[in-house]
Ligand binder design. Sequence first.
Ligand code: CAO
Length: 425
Amino acid sequence: MSKALQGVRILDFTHVQSGPTCTQLLAWFGADVIKVERPGAGDITRGQLQDIPNVDSLYFTMLNHNKRSITLDTKNPKGKEILTALMKACDVLVENFAPGVLDRMGFSWEAIQAINPKLIVASIKGFGPGPYEDCKVYENIAQCAGGAASTTGFRDGVPLVTGAQIGDSGTGLHLALGIVTALYHRTHSGVGQRVTVAMQDGVLNLARVKLRDQQRLAHGPLKEYSQFGEGIPFGDATPRAGNDSGGGQPGRILKCKGWESDPNAYIYFITQAPVWDKICDVIGEPDWKTHPDYAKPAARLPRLNDIFARIEQWTMARTKFEAMEILNGHDIPCGPILSMKELAEDRSLRATGTVVEVDHPARGKYLSVGNPIKLSASPSDVARSPLLGEHTEEILREVLGLGDAQVTDIRDSGALDPPRKEAAE
Ligand code: CAO
């Protein structure tokens, strides 16, 4: 079976997390992704959070599968020449440097268009045009500036960031969609275009239900928020809602059997209106089906703390998996709180390739998250990440068609090696 993006060549000038997640997805779909890295050092994540000394970190390996690596000093004149030739040979350039870096390197959008008008140039920046456009941005900054942190956590606590990397990986996903859209456009327009995603915008897009609630506040309190039932007035901005469900159907995280010693013995439970009668029967409160204080959703809102305390008595007598099985049998929406350990060992995730075991020449076997997007005719295989500069010569010869003499010439220029340090006096 052919890969969906077979024949598409990506010049991957990305680093850290946001950009690499985007190009990894494209590589999984079959694009030839050529990662350009600084000689001697490479992507900074190769050396960050290393669990095995001098071996590419899991941070790097888990974000750079299915790619090829070329080392190139793009500040060296010969390096710039090679980069220019690669721009001519590729369909898409992806970068997530700090604002202005590509311009300083001599590759403004105008300069790139002159080199290859069909090239799609895709960029991630922290912010779009505005007061913060020149700022360097990392994950948690994006979560804070994009509205996620102000709406995450408990009302009486500080704003919280989430463990899901919605700033980095979330923006990478947005960019990947922008790239394939621009590729589609190019098939009938014949021209490339710029694709830009700001991390702040990507996070705000993912937090859009909270902007919905911001506007609803002008017309009264947010009744599905626990604080309404508790009689606590709302301020002028969408508040933090703890574990309340965002969809208007009250939901909470409840303790399950073993919670005293297991930090993940919990279940998410939604008191969805259409299954209220079933919930009453399951937890042993059949009278609530007709009782005026409980029968209708509006009547339940001021009593949610009591209702969930009663449901929790029921969940605490069962493990999260036992509760899940019973509740699912009645179509009552619920979900276990799964730890990373449980997910790593989950057989169905292994079977679908969402969790994969990868073999790496230096580190041996490790687990990774495979492609979560499944295409029926173009399945993804996960191949290990490249060693630094592993494909430098291969790319010079195969992609640029250079011969021995030219490769030697480039080597002699120092464009493929780290800048020489002056010998100590
Ligand atoms: N050869 C020579 N020089 C290279 C090179 C190569 N192959 N690759 C990169 N460089 C140089 C750049 O030219 C730049 O040099 P100048 O500053 O002299 O122009 C330099 O490396 C550093 O680039 P940078 O500023 O992008 O890197 P940083 O580590 O200082 O900042 C980050 C990192 C992520 C904060 C910044 O790149 C950024 O804000 N990116 C956009 C937002 C983003 O993607 N953030 C998410 C990161 S994941 O958490």
